[in-house]
Write a new protein. Sequence first.
Length: 90
Amino acid sequence: MLSFLDLLGTIGASILGLPGILGVALGMMTRNPMVAAILGGGVGVVSPLLLGGSHSTHVPITPLEYAVALVVGVLAGLIGCTIRRRGATV
């Protein structure tokens, strides 16, 4: 069973990790929110595979980690797109 602190740590690690940072960066490359969401979601799917569980010690990547990384990636991409669109109108 996953505790609340484990869930909070997973969300925080995704926001400060690859899905959050790279999702915002890729979202800022486009003005189309749908493209930004797809790029952020792609980062969210790939990042647990690259940085997630250990194959040498057989630590599995849980579906919750995939879901959190995907949601954080999509939201980060949309935030990056919004930053680009609002920054261009100032």
